[in-house]
Design a protein around this ligand. Structure first.
Ligand SMILES: Cc1cc2nc3c(=O)[nH]c(=O)nc-3n(C[C@H](O)[C@H](O)[C@H](O)COP(=O)(O)OP(=O)(O)OC[C@H]3O[C@@H](n4cnc5c(N)ncnc54)[C@H](O)[C@@H]3O)c2cc1C
Length: 610
């Protein structure tokens, strides 16, 4: 076992992690730990753009952007956070420009901007051009630019190191810590894929930037590695997860595959049609049609299919029509995604419409933080020295539905804020003592998994999980379907305890790590489903057919889900505010659902129409 000491340790080398590293590495000793080589992080797969009210091509301002974000999130957005994001967006784009990011340009040489769903002029009058982009490779350019700047700044990376535990001085999963008493994060435990060796990192400040959890679903735009590690590690240590019931289904995944075709396709003029050739979004969102927010478009598509107006031999998808666009325009603005249609479906987008269907895309929920990136251990107390930013976090700027291009923005704005705060804190804080055997739990978990005789296979359990989530917790949900998912997950948790790996070795044992990641997926799916069962209303990405209306009187609250030992009291953390009154009990633990108020500043909730 090796030990290291850094002022700031950042877990994750995607956009959020590297943006944070650029803030802290010049000031204090900083390490970035990443299970992937940095430029393989999912940020690099982002296509369409990053928004900011630059007003380079038409009138715009940050207040309209704030409003759109709040309305897009179906009013579950914390409005103070959304305002910060929309204001700081402009500098976030200019920072990237200064670092060398090659944005597409207008003929006058300004950063070009295009339309994206839910972004409007003057509170919904018409779609506005707010998204800055680099063809349909915006995320790739952001990730490469940030990485190059990290290299220039001598940031220390530990690549292909998997963080498998978070160390705090109080184990919130097991003990009650009174309100006001401090809890400190002190380090992380990591596994080096190349050697199988365990490394303990002691740190004054830790930033989680581990990305999303889309692999709980079968049909998803997310990479194989998006297994919710950071969320699960915090949750297992007794920290809450916020708003996990809200998962975004992106309208245009390639049918049957889930591979993403960016909303930029519609931003550039693409049209959705049903099997009868009808532009059906005119019925669902008469003003902005195909550029309505994703929750609305995804539901409309699924509804067309359910009502028998789908396309194809089984009428089980709809069509994204780009055939009226000039091929030169397609090549200039959408080169990668049109190539995906050719490669994976054998469709020529110049002349044929592309089969599409909603695909699991983005976790609105995650580890709760304040606007400085500090992690909350309940409704208001922070964990000292612990920060989270990016898709793993819930600030909450996306509420119950994120607008397209607001995530690349979120990772830059809140990655920067978390990096700054963590560095400032670490500059004055002391190292805190680690427990005697900080890696004991990880070592015994790995040994047990490695030494288990023949048992269940990881791939089988994972497949069954993803199938039940697709069937029962997707665009349309009911109490019955969600309870089915929960009972399936319970069975799969049992099967997981018998999972064994074939590779018993130490070097590059990806088999072993996939088994560990499956454990994260099961925990995240479980809490997602329980939160969804409990929210008996429809809002944003969470649509309950048995409760089709939004219910502000009872549910204008963030969900806070805590995992606690069965023996603990239901108010294990002593100060869960505004209970939803739901406790789900299993053999060795229970999940307690509390809530947190939504911060409203200037916008009163209204009915959401587009
Ligand atoms: C196909 C696709 C297209 C998208 N297009 C857009 C778009 O156009 N505009 C937009 O705004 N958003 C888009 N999004 C969403 C956006 O890209 C992501 O939400 C965002 O990039 C997430 O960034 P991140 O830094 O939080 O995480 P990621 O970029 O996913 O990085 C996570 C990092 O954490 C590390 N990590 C994870 N677990 C561990 C562990 N246990 N130990 C160590 N390291 C770990 C990984 O190695 C990785 O470096 C898209 C998403 C997808 C999937």
């Amino acid at each position: 076992m090796q030990t290291h000491q850094y002022d700031v340790v950042i877990v994750g080398a995607g956009g959020a992690g590297m943006r944070a590293a650029l803030e802290s590495s010049g000031k204090v000793r900083t390490a970035v730990i990443s299970k992937l080589y940095p430029t393989r992080s999912h940020t690099g797969a982002a296509q369409g753009g990053m928004c900011a009210a630059l007003a380079n091509v038409e009138e715009d301002n940050w207040e309209w952007h704030t409003f759109d974000t709040v309305k897009g999130g179906d009013y579950l957005v914390d409005q103070d956070a959304a305002e910060i994001m929309a204001k700081e967006a402009i500098d976030a784009v200019l920072d990237l420009e200064r670092m060398g990011l090659p944005f597409n340009r207008t003929p006058e040489g300004k950063i070009d901007q295009r339309r994206f769903g839910g972004h409007t002029r003057n509170h919904g009058e018409a779609a506005v051009r707010r998204s800055c982009y680099a063809a349909d490779r915006t995320g790739h350019m952001i990730l490469q630019t940030l990485y190059q700047n990290c290299v220039k700044q001598d940031v220390e990376f530990f690549n292909e190191f998997y963080v498998l535990d978070l160390i705090t001085d109080h184990d919130l999963a097991a003990e009650d810590v009174p309100d006001g008493e401090t809890v400190n994060a002190t380090g992380v435990v990591a596994y080096d894929l190349a050697t199988g060796e365990i490394h303990v990192f002691q740190a004054k400040a830790i930033i989680f930037a581990t990305g999303g959890a889309g692999k709980i679903f079968k049909t998803t735009s997310n990479a194989h590695t998006l297994t919710g590690d950071g969320m699960a590690l915090a949750y297992r240590r007794g920290l809450p997860l916020e708003d996990m019931e809200f998962f975004q289904f992106h309208p245009t995944g390639l049918a049957g595959l889930g591979i993403l075709l960016s909303e930029a396709a519609r931003g550039e003029g693409g049209i959705l049609r049903n099997g009868e050739g009808e532009r059906f979004m005119e019925r669902y969102a008469p003003t902005i049609k195909d550029l309505a927010p994703r929750d609305i478009v995804a539901r409309s598509m699924a509804n067309e299919v359910r009502e028998g107006r789908g396309a194809g031999p089984d009428k089980d998808y709809v069509l994204l029509d780009l055939t009226h666009l000039e091929p030169a325009h397609i090549d200039a603005k959408l080169p990668d995604i049109t190539e995906f249609a050719r490669t994976y479906l054998g469709i020529e987008p110049y002349t044929e419409p592309v089969p599409v269907y909603p695909t699991a895309h983005y976790a609105m929920g995650g580890i709760p933080t304040n606007v400085g990136g500090e992690v909350l251990r309940d409704g208001h107390n922070v964990v000292r020295g612990l920060y989270a930013a990016g898709e793993v976090a819930c600030v909450s700027v996306h509420g119950s539905n994120r607008l397209g291009t607001n995530s690349l923005l979120d990772i830059n704005v809140f990655g920067k804020r978390a990096g700054r705060q963590a560095a400032a804190y670490a500059a004055t804080a002391e190292y805190r003592e680690l427990p005697e055997n900080p890696a004991a739990a990880v070592i015994s978990q790995l040994d047990e998994m490695r030494n288990r005789p023949d048992g269940e296979r990881v791939a089988d359990v994972r497949k069954a999980l993803q199938e039940t989530m697709d069937a029962n917790a997707q665009v349309f949900r009911t109490g019955e379907s969600l309870n089915q998912a929960l009972s399936d997950i319970r069975t799969l948790q049992d099967r997981y305890r018998k999972v064994s790996v074939q590779d018993k070795g130490r070097l590059f044992n990806t088999d072993l790590l996939e088994a560990i990641e499956l454990g994260f997926l099961l925990d995240i799916a479980e809490v997602t489903v329980i939160a969804a069962i409990n929210r008996k209303e429809s809002r944003g990405g969470h649509y309950r057919e048995d409760f089709p209306d939004r219910d502000d009187a009872n549910y204008m609250l963030h969900t806070m889900a805590y995992r606690r030992p069965t023996a603990a009291g239901d108010t294990a953390d002593g100060h869960v505010e505004g209970y939803f009154d739901h406790v789900e009990e299993f053999d060795s633990y229970k999940i307690v659902l509390g809530s947190k108020p939504v911060t409203q500043t200037r916008y009163e909730p209204m009915e959401r129409k587009y």
